[in-house]
Ligand binder design. Structure first.
Ligand code: GAP
Length: 464
């Protein structure tokens, strides 16, 4: 299995991921996606969107703004609790996460001269409007979830949904992480794919209805199987029950899907880390954002909200706050997991072959059209015509490349995970046939030009 360092080098060399602001020496844990990285990322997001929205009848999508009213973060609990315990090393001035320190020793310089831990809020601040004072202060969202909660009623009213139903969203989130590193595993700007799935609370269940716990289990299975369906090896994916004392402030139970991101670490337990978290957030958020009835002392608990976020359940004739199951995945961690999972090195005729065995659906380029000789007009024209025809189908990303000999062109495509290469040669001009080469088996097959599109669609598993 590949190590992250191998992927970092491939990612830079072949244009998947670059360091942000590299020509100015980079910038603390921000990354840019290159020509192939953006295709891979988009393919992951498309596969997720299709699986959680189009292939279900109980889900809709949303795209909410990154900056929101500061009160959203006050009532969600993030202003008070979204922090990591931080210590400073008085010796080398490193700022460190207290929970990552072993033996009370600075991991950078080894000094034991550390400050006591204190909370450090992870939300980035910015100012909205021309006056730079507290009245315009806003946070860059640290999760996309809150955009869903504050739109819950809008979606409910505009789509006439009944429980259970869910809202999915893909978007950027920002956290001023204290400890970063490990490439795109933990960054300060990242993308999330989040679902808030609203279900009946335990006290509102009618006969035969699934409970919040059952919905939680179902989502856990669905999300686990989604990664397997896209080629993640079962031996590198596991479910991890978060200990009660580590649960986020809103969670009744969270199970992480962990991937073996760090196979090079000696200790087996340290090889695994979170790819996606699947939490039962109960009715915490909807209650927190809801204009509530007066409490015992005659005060409103949320005096700022104008919304009643209860759901009227016709079956039981009562208003209730739905419970929420939240599968929350990271796009960047998915990119990393799919790259690590796909990377293979093998020896072919005495030479090293690097091949990314990416699932067809995720491969940035589906087919490369390669002319065997570029000085023969007919071959180049035919190859370019085939490439243009394939691109016009709108079903796949095809590329044309004639910048090297055929052996090198194949190796380049193998290294970026292109499942198929199509080669046009001298013979093609006479017999109207071309060669299709399979990335994984390297087997070659001669097919009539007239059948190129259907053959490729079948091989890639696209609708014909
Ligand atoms: N709304 C719930 C939530 O945000 P989380 O476990 O903090 O839960 C969910 O984040 C997912 O977002 C994680 O499983 C991970 O894939 C991704 N993620 C979180 N912080 C990240 C970071 N600093 N860099 C990259 N991805 C991150």
């Amino acid at each position: 299995m590949a190590e992250i360092e191998t992927i970092v080098s491939l990612a830079k060399r072949r244009g998947f991921v670059f360091q942000s602001s590299e020509i100015y020496g980079g910038f603390g844990s921000f990354w840019d996606y290159g020509p192939l990285g953006v295709e891979l990322k988009n393919n992951i997001k498309r596969a997720w969107w299709r699986s959680v929205i189009y292939e279900r009848d109980d889900m809709v999508g949303l795209d909410s703004s990154i900056l929101m009213n500061r009160l959203v973060w006050k009532y969600s609990g993030h202003e008070d609790t979204f922090s990591d315990p931080m210590v400073d090393c008085r010796q080398c001035k490193s700022r460190l996460r207290a929970d990552k320190i072993e033996d009370n020793k600075c991991p950078v310089c080894g000094s034991k001269n550390l400050t006591p831990p204190r909370p450090f809020n992870l939300m980035f601040r910015t100012t909205v409007g021309p006056v730079e004072d507290d009245s315009g202060m806003a946070y860059l969202r640290p999760e996309t979830a809150q955009g869903i909660f504050v739109n819950y009623k809008n979606v409910l009213d505009s789509t006439n949904r009944k429980l259970p139903f869910g809202i999915a969203q893909i978007g950027k989130s920002f956290r001023n992480e204290i400890t970063t590193g490990n490439f795109i595993f933990r960054t300060r700007e990242f993308e999330q794919m989040e679902i808030e799935y609203f279900v009946k609370p335990p006290h509102g269940l009618a006969e035969g209805e699934a409970s919040d716990d059952e919905h939680h289990e179902r989502w856990l299975e669905d999300r686990y199987n989604w990664y397997l369906s896209l080629g993640i090896r079962q031996s590198d994916l596991r479910k991890f029950e978060q200990p009660k004392e580590e649960l986020a402030h809103y969670s009744k139970r969270t199970v992480d899907l962990q991937y073996r991101f760090f196979p090079e670490r000696d200790e087996e337990e340290k090889q695994w880390d979170e790819l996606e978290g699947i939490a039962n957030r109960t009715d915490y958020d909807l209650k927190a954002h809801s204009k509530k009835p007066l409490d015992a002392e005659g005060k409103r608990l949320n005096a700022d909200s104008t919304a009643d976020l209860t759901y009227f359940d016709q079956a039981t004739n009562q208003h209730l706050f739905p419970y929420v199951i939240e599968p929350s995945a990271g796009v960047d961690r998915s990119v990393l997991a799919f790259l690590l999972n796909a990377y293979h090195e093998e020896e072919v005729r005495g030479e090293k072959r690097v091949v990314l065995r990416l699932h067809n659906e995720l491969a940035p380029i589906k087919i490369a059209v390669l002319p065997l000789a570029k000085n023969k007009d007919g071959i180049v024209k035919l190859a370019k015509d085939i490439k243009a025809r394939l691109q016009r189908t709108g079903a796949m990303r095809a590329v044309y490349d004639d910048t090297a000999g055929i052996g090198k062109l194949y190796r380049r495509q193998d290294e970026v995970g292109t499942p198929l290469c199509l080669t046009v040669d001298h013979q093609s001009l006479e017999d109207n046939q071309v060669t299709i080469r399979d990335r994984d088996s390297m087997l070659q097959e001669r097919i009539p030009i007239a059948e190129v599109e259907t053959t490729i669609r079948t091989k890639l598993g696209l609708a014909t």
